[in-house]
Design a protein around this ligand. Structure first.
Ligand code: C2E
Ligand code: CA
Ligand code: CA
Length: 685
């Protein structure tokens, strides 16, 4: 109701004096009036104008007050207008009748003005409250937002239709239940504790959280909860108004996908990259793992883009992203940050060496010429590398440092990668230099085999030699295998290197024997990686036939880990070698975990007791026991025992007493060049 407007009264009475008195009285109190002489007049007037209150005489000619009131109450537009009946008939029947037909109140004639004033005042106040209430009720019923009213204990008192629509709970299913009815289980207890705390402290809480619908689905909602306080200050009710954000979220996610991915390459864009990084770093902080970030930038993209046009530039970017994805082979998350800048997140711990290797692989992929629209061009790239947590706890710091590393790489002449940390660069550089020179060494044949004699303990005669690889590295002298075999194994260079050693040993042995030297066995070391090659056996037989060496002069030294690998596969390969006539020995025996059961099944000829046991065999009781046990075991299986690393007389005496067959060590001879070996053979022949 418009409160600024004066309230309008219809005064209906057939007595002009009463009409006049009533009008004067009402106008004095600031109300507007219209007067009518009978019920028929007033019902007509309703078509033109709507009063706030009707004062109606009961007894009138033409149409009495009761009938007029009844007609008014039938009109939807007038139904709410209160009618105050004025009656001279102070009997119960009239009063009942007045109320029955919808009158709001009644007063009796003669009019008691003070009573009239109070009744009117009360009526108007009621009208106002009613207006407000019905407005609130309409809002409550019609709003799209769910509304729940609870008591102080969060027990639901009432819900609106939108609540039912959103949650699926009908009015009677919700009322009387606690608010926890809607709990999603998505938030930790602390979340709710914080909410309640804030609600009681400020009387209000708003925010986003998940609730669960009656059908079990979980939905995001925006909620505004207020506490209603009683005059004493204690909470009386809570009112929660919430909206379902599901639809909004879905459209946001669509938007995120569209804006989160690069249209050209379909890779995540900078925005999504950043979000992902923040997420991954969060996880890494919890699990205490490392996260590496590689930032790659093409070296000559601008030139291509400007001289060849954007079409070519776009095609180039697509091809770059393809090559990166292929070379990542599923490792890490690739994003295109924009222009010619790409980033890779590598979660989970990976050591700097393998990251360096990956960076090098990616750079190599960029070095292969690009052919676009039949034009070939070279692009190249630079990479900056950083790692969480060393180079940054948070995404911002980390990216700043990775950026600095990329800048450094550009400064160093492009086409290279740089770690943010210099010590990583130093290590990576040393390794890369080593790897490069190993490759070159293979091509330039800088490797050479040395040979170490093996002696029959009983007779003191030559049993054979072990071929040991050496790297005659220009400027470094002879490099021993301990310094390059591990790297050769990691990079796969061990395969050509091992093949070379095998072939070289066979060829030389063949030449010695052809020149009249009395034949002896030549032992060659094998790496597990060589042995794992599917064509391993074919390789060995091919090398043997090329060289012409009789297979039984070749002995292959395997480590325990090779022999104990995939048992079936291993057994097949070992058997094939054995069938060809090649002898097999287990190197460094005692350091691994050989299963005796396997040893028995495998066609092994020799056990080589590891030097670490030989070293102290004369005075360490435990080592002595082990050696005795190994010798006993080997003999029971019909195997020959070689002790390596023999350096003194005491060791020889001990080994002799316990029946060791063959010894090898500095005490007799160091590994030596072929020339030195030929001299040695002449002297000891
Ligand atoms: P290994 O097969 O156990 O070779 C024995 C090592 O002990 C050799 O070191 C040898 O020089 C050393 N040695 C021999 N007698 C004595 C001694 O009395 N005292 C001491 N302290 N050491 C002695 P080297 O030549 O440095 O070779 C090291 C390892 O490199 C070898 O251990 C073998 O595992 C590997 N290796 C050598 N050549 C090849 C190869 O052609 N292919 C493969 N895959 N590995 C090789
Ligand atoms: Ca060996
Ligand atoms: Ca050994």
């Amino acid at each position: 109701m418009d409160l600024a407007r004066k309230s309008l009264f219809f005064v209906v009475d057939d007595d002009p004096v009463t009409r006049l008195m009533l009008c004067r009285f009402l106008e004095r109190h600031g109300y507007l009036t219209r007067t009518f002489a009978n019920g028929a007049q007033v019902t007509e007037a309703f078509d033109r104008e709507m009063p706030d209150v009707v004062l109606m005489d009961a007894k009138m000619p033409v149409m009495d007050g009761f009938e007029a009131c009844r007609r008014l109450k039938e009109r939807p537009d007038a139904r709410h207008v209160p009618v105050l009946m004025i009656t001279g008939l102070n009997d119960d029947e009239s009063v009942d009748r007045a109320f029955e037909i919808g009158a709001s109140d009644f007063i009796t004639k003669p009019i008691h003005w003070a009573i009239l004033r109070n009744r009117v005042h009360y009526l108007l106040a009621n009208i106002e409250a009613g207006h407000k209430l019905s407005l609130a009720a309409r809002v409550f019923d019609n709003t799209g937002e769910g509304i729940v009213v609870t008591d102080a204990q969060a027990v639901i008192q009432s819900v609106n239709p939108a609540f039912t629509h959103i949650t699926g709970y009908a009015d009677h299913e919700a009322v009387g239940r606690r608010m926890s009815l809607l709990k999603s289980g998505r938030h930790p207890q602390e979340f709710y504790e914080k909410m309640w705390h804030e609600l009681l402290a400020n009387g209000q809480w708003q925010g986003e959280f998940y609730n669960r619908r009656k059908d079990g689905t979980i939905y995001p909602q925006w909620a505004n909860i207020s506490a209603v306080f009683a005059p004493g200050g204690q909470v009386e009710n809570f009112i929660a108004v919430f909206s379902d954000l599901t639809a909004l979220r879905e459209s946001e996610e669509n938007l995120l996908y569209v804006t989160g991915h690069d249209a050209l390459t379909s890779l995540p864009n900078r925005h999504l990259f950043h979000e992902r990084l923040v997420f991954v770093l969060d996880e890494a902080r919890d699990s205490g793992t490392m996260v590496w970030v590689l930032l790659l930038d093409l070296d000559r993209f601008k030139v291509v883009n400007e001289t060849m046009g954007h079409d070519v530039g776009d095609a180039l970017i697509v091809e770059v992203s393809r090559r990166l994805a292929v070379n990542l082979g599923g490792r890490g998350n690739l994003s295109r940050l924009g222009g010619d800048e790409f980033a890779v997140i590598l979660p989970k711990t990976e050591d700097s060496q393998s990251v360096a290797q990956l960076a090098e692989t990616l750079l190599q992929a960029m070095r292969i010429p690009f052919v676009i629209h039949d034009v070939e061009f070279f692009v190249g790239a630079s990479i900056g590398i950083g790692v969480h947590p060393l180079d940054g706890e948070d995404a911002k710091t980390l990216m700043k440092n990775v950026d600095a590393a990329l800048y450094h790489a550009k400064e160093r002449g492009r086409n290279n990668f740089q770690f943010y940390r210099n010590e990583m660069n130093t290590r990576a550089m040393a390794r890369m230099r080593m790897e490069t020179s190993l490759r070159v060494a293979l091509e330039r044949q800088e490797f050479e085999l040395y040979f170490q004699p093996q002696i029959h303990l009983a007779s003191g005669t030559l049993a054979g030699v072990e071929a040991l690889i050496r790297w005659n590295r220009p400027g470094h002298g002879m490099v021993s295998p301990g310094e390059f075999i591990p790297l050769a194994e990691e990079t796969g260079l061990i395969i050509p290197m091992g093949n070379w050693a095998l072939a070289d040993a066979c060829q030389r042995a063949m030449r010695w024997f052809a020149s009249g030297i009395k034949p002896f066995r030549v032992a060659v070391n094998l790496s597990g990686i060589q042995f794992e090659q599917p064509d391993f056996v074919a390789r060995v037989t091919e090398i043997l036939s090329t060289s012409g060496l009789a297979p039984h002069w070749l002995e292959l030294e395997l480590t325990e880990s090779i022999a104990m690998g995939d048992a079936v596969e291993t057994l097949v390969k070992l058997k094939s070698c054995s069938e060809v006539g090649v002898r097999l020995s287990i190197d460094d025996f005692g350091t691994g975990f050989s299963s005796l059961k396997y040893l028995k099944r495998f066609p092994i000829d020799t056990l080589k007791i590891d030097q670490s046991f030989v070293r102290n065999c004369a005075d360490d009781l435990e080592d002595a026991v082990i050696i005795r046990a190994v010798i006993g075991l080997a003999h029971s299986l019909g195997l020959t025992v070689i002790a390596e690393g023999v350096e003194n007389r005491e060791q020889i005496d001990f080994l002799q007493v316990h029946g060791c067959n063959v010894v090898q060590g500095y005490y007799y001879a160091r590994p030596m060049s072929e020339r030195a070996l030929l001299d040695y053979l002449r002297q000891h022949g």
